[in-house]
Ligand binder design. Structure first.
Ligand code: URA
Length: 430
């Protein structure tokens, strides 16, 4: 079949075969199929959709377009993915917790995207820590410590990088089969047997409604199932930022506090829920899945794993023992409540954009970021507020301060009626 004929199949709402998807996607990666044809096909997929088998085949073709990690020499390999949020430092707490429970986390993580943060950027706040390891060192660390996190290799699912760039400029990003295949192609190529997905819902997330998030989660679960991986998904709130600290070094400090038995209660609750799902998927009993992660946190075992992992990747582990050593921007600006009442809503997107404006994220590809800036949230939805209370503290180096102030002033919505705190865990799917 020629490429125009393949495009026509989807334009007319037909179902692709594996051979058609291979011609198109692998041809694109090899530079044989031009991007204008792929752009037309992407729009046809956006408009006509794809069924579960087709989406799985597309995902497998994308996963096989480059290097695939072989983790078969490791026991109980687990990967976790968050669809992205504000203040989402979950991986920093969850992964050492899982390693302390006897599960192997050998994972590739991303950098920040738009207003959402990325695990690699956060970890780079620790002097010396490196996201690159040789292949041998990656497997050795996974065996010895049970935890290794590296940056996304360019050779991993290269089809996704090329397709994503084209989707970005052809208004075809918000398509469930395209998002699901993009995320899962990287997960399949990364080799773990168990995949736990944290699908975020709300203003600060990619999926704004529960229905959309559920559809995406189901599409990814189906890909995982058809590809023979243990896959589970948890739908979680991202209307409100997670935890109290936003910004790279501030978030690592908060993760260390949580690993030390302190820290924000919502962050702890989410990490425990994701750990429970992971251990259930790994075949642990329901009681162990519930109890072992708590024990790992409360005994200090998870913190010890985190320290060992940081040191193994060249990081200065003294920062984990003394988190006050992190360089935090010296400028401070407070956002105060203008009226009394109850906090009805805290807009995660506005907080994420404020951190971005301060220099804590990238506005352009490859830009350097300021790890020291960020925002501390001092009130969460349902809290009683008095006029004059500090709602947020901005940690800044002057850059973007006014923008951050404006965004944060509008981010807190105070009403007169008491409200109850919204649930964090919205649904669990397996
Ligand atoms: N994250 C991805 O990796 N891909 C998408 O398409 C959307 C979010």
């Amino acid at each position: 079949m020629t490429i125009p004929e393949i495009i026509e199949v989807k334009r007319e709402g037909g179902i692709h075969t594996k051979a058609q998807l291979e011609s198109l996607v692998l041809g694109f990666v090899q530079g044989v199929v031009p991007d204008y044809q792929v752009a037309a096909w992407l729009m046809a997929v956006y408009l006509k959709g794809m069924n579960a088998e087709e989406t799985t085949i597309l995902t497998q073709v994308m996963a096989a377009s480059g290097e695939q990690l072989d983790l078969s020499s490791l026991e109980r390999t687990t990967d976790k993915h968050s669809t992205g949020g504000v203040g989402d430092k979950t991986s920093l707490v969850l992964t050492p917790m899982l390693a302390a429970c006897g599960v192997t986390v050998a994972k590739m993580s991303g950098r920040g995207l738009a207003h959402t943060g990325g695990t690699i950027d956060k970890l780079e706040s620790i002097p010396g820590w490196s996201p690159s390891l040789e292949d041998g060192a990656f497997l050795k660390q996974a065996k010895e410590i049970g935890l290794v996190l590296v940056g996304q290799s360019k050779n991993l699912a290269p089809a996704d990088g090329l397709l994503y760039a084209l989707r970005d400029v052809t208004a075809t990003v918000p398509s469930i089969p395209l998002i699901a295949s993009s995320i899962m192609s990287k997960k399949l190529a990364s080799g773990a047997k168990t995949i736990v997905l944290d699908v975020k819902v709300g203003a600060g997330a990619f999926m704004k409604t529960l229905d959309d998030a559920k559809e995406l989660a189901k599409a990814m679960l189906e890909i995982g199932r058809l590809a023979g991986r243990n896959t589970r998904a948890v739908l979680t709130d991202m209307e409100t930022p997670l935890g109290r600290m936003m910004g790279n070094a501030l978030e690592v400090q908060e993760a260390i506090a949580t690993l030390s038995g302190q820290g924000a209660t919502d962050l702890r609750e989410l990490c425990l829920a994701l750990a429970e799902e992971t251990l259930l998927a790994e075949g642990f009993s329901s009681q162990d899945a519930l109890e072992l992660p708590k024990k790992a946190l409360d005994s200090g075992a998870a913190l010890e794993k985190f320290k060992a992992f940081i040191a193994a990747q060249g990081g200065d582990a003294s920062y984990i023992i003394q988190p006050e050593k992190f360089v935090i921007a010296s400028g401070r600006s407070e956002i105060r409540a203008k009226s009394s009442g109850y906090l009805e809503r805290l807009d995660a997107l506005a907080v994420g954009k404020a951190v971005l404006a301060l220099g804590g994220g990238r506005e352009q590809k490859g830009e350097a970021i300021d790890h020291s800036v960020g925002v501390e949230i001092c009130a969460k939805p349902a809290d009683a507020i008095q006029a004059g209370d500090v709602l947020a503290v901005i940690y800044h180096n002057q850059r973007g301060l006014e923008t951050a102030q404006h965004l944060l002033e509008a981010a807190f919505m105070i009403g007169q009626q008491p409200v109850s705190a919204p649930p964090l865990i919205l649904e669990r799917l397996a």
